[in-house]
Ligand binder design. Structure first.
Ligand code: SAH
Ligand code: SF4
Length: 354
């Protein structure tokens, strides 16, 4: 039995080593290992049987030695605006979501890092589920792989860790997944096109900052006032806003603030002014997100006029602010929503699209 059995769960260099050792053991030339390796991420196959450039006995041996694990798409929903949402069923019955958002030449895939989330932000559908488990590195990267296996034209150009879960509470697996996503022998997606979104898990921020690649960091801020923030995000108790901003400064790369606008909770002119004061020294870009349904029932999205006014107020103070269009509202394409809606139906034939 080889030391590495799941080649998709290790960095590309480790997979190469494992394949070379395996090829040597079978008296095969090392170019065979390269040929096999390409089929992991560069030109991925669903199963070794599909790698028809390899001799049949070799394909069979690979299937026995290094089976390729898959995610099963339980639901695929296509929105009228082109947004496509996947609900993946994992081997142990858990489920996670990814959302593919095409925009011009860009295809951004929003991926999950955990099933559920322990942090309980009041506006978030995933938070309401509670924590189920961490995803393995291969399960994180497989959200990309499954798309490419189905249609190479769907390969995302950009990745955001803004699906289910808190990536920096699953650092080890996210660390490996980042390597797989980024390296040329993996999916070859540029580090500047990969964004890790966090509420501000300090130890994780330090580890991400220590990586030499220019991965992007998004901080879910949601309120410039610690007390109001605590009312929305229990994590504020453990990792305080001031400390999170300090860590963001140490990041030495431009950061983005994520800010979900909730009527009467964080959308006043005074909030915008305070937010501008926090964003300015960091040169942070502010992403304003309309609140999607799915969190606590009492929360109301800010109306369009309020959102525009909030954005203008930031811009007038020299802050770059972008109002994110709500995409895929007709298919529940926000964090955890599809899962929460579907889960009560389990076992009673949830809709299956593929
Ligand atoms: N746990 C990480 C990453 C996943 S959440 C984090 O919180 O940053 C990704 C983004 O989705 C966060 O910015 C979060 O605020 C946003 N989000 C969660 N619930 C939302 C909702 N109901 N409407 C709009 N955005 C939401
Ligand atoms: Fe977890 Fe992010 Fe949702 Fe908060 S917003 S509960 S950290 S997934």
């Amino acid at each position: 039995m080889p030391a590495v059995r799941n080649l998709l769960d290790v960095p590309p260099a480790a997979a190469r080593e494992a394949l070379e050792a395996w090829a040597r053991g079978r008296g095969l030339p090392s170019w065979r290992a390269s040929q096999v390796h390409r089929r992991l991420w560069v030109q991925p196959v669903a199963a070794w049987a599909d790698a028809t450039e390899l001799p049949k006995p070799l394909r069979e041996a690979l299937e026995g030695e290094f089976p390729l694990p898959r995610l099963r798409p339980e639901v695929v929903q296509q929105s009228a605006d082109g947004t496509r949402k996947y609900l993946w069923r994992l081997a142990d019955g858990e489920a996670v979501e990814s959302v593919l958002i095409p925009s011009g030449k860009r295809r951004t895939l929003c991926i999950s890092s955990q099933a559920g989330c322990a942090l309980g932000c009041v506006f978030c559908a995933t938070g309401r589920m509670g924590f189920r488990r961490n995803l393995a590195a291969w399960e994180i990267a497989a959200q990309v792989r499954e798309l490419v296996v189905r249609d190479p034209a769907d390969k995302p150009t950009n990745i955001v860790f803004m699906g289910m879960g808190e990536p920096l509470l699953n650092w080890e697996q996210v660390d490996t997944a980042l390597t797989i996503l980024n390296q040329p022998e993996g999916f070859g997606i540029g580090a500047r096109h990969i964004t890790v979104s966090t509420v501000g898990i300090l130890p994780g921020m330090v580890k991400l900052a220590a990586r030499p690649e220019q991965f992007r960091l998004a901080i879910s801020l949601h309120s410039p006032d610690p007390e109001a923030r605590l009312g929305l995000m229990p994590v504020e108790k453990k990792y305080r806003l001031a400390a999170v901003l300090e860590a963001a400064r140490a990041f030495r790369k431009r950061v983005t603030f994520e800010y979900v606008l909730i009527a009467g909770r964080n959308d006043r002119d005074g909030d915008a002014d305070q937010l501008a004061r926090l964003a300015r020294p960091l040169g942070a870009l502010v992403n304003l997100l309309p609140l999607h349904p799915g969190g606590s029932p009492g929360l109301v999205p800010s109306d369009g006029g309020r959102i525009r006014r909030f954005a203008d107020r930031l811009r007038n103070q020299g802050i770059e602010a972008v109002v994110r269009r709500s995409r895929g509202l007709d298919i529940d394409a926000a964090c955890g929503q599809l899962h929460v809606k579907l889960e009560p139906k389990r076992g009673r034939g949830a809709p299956v699209a593929r």
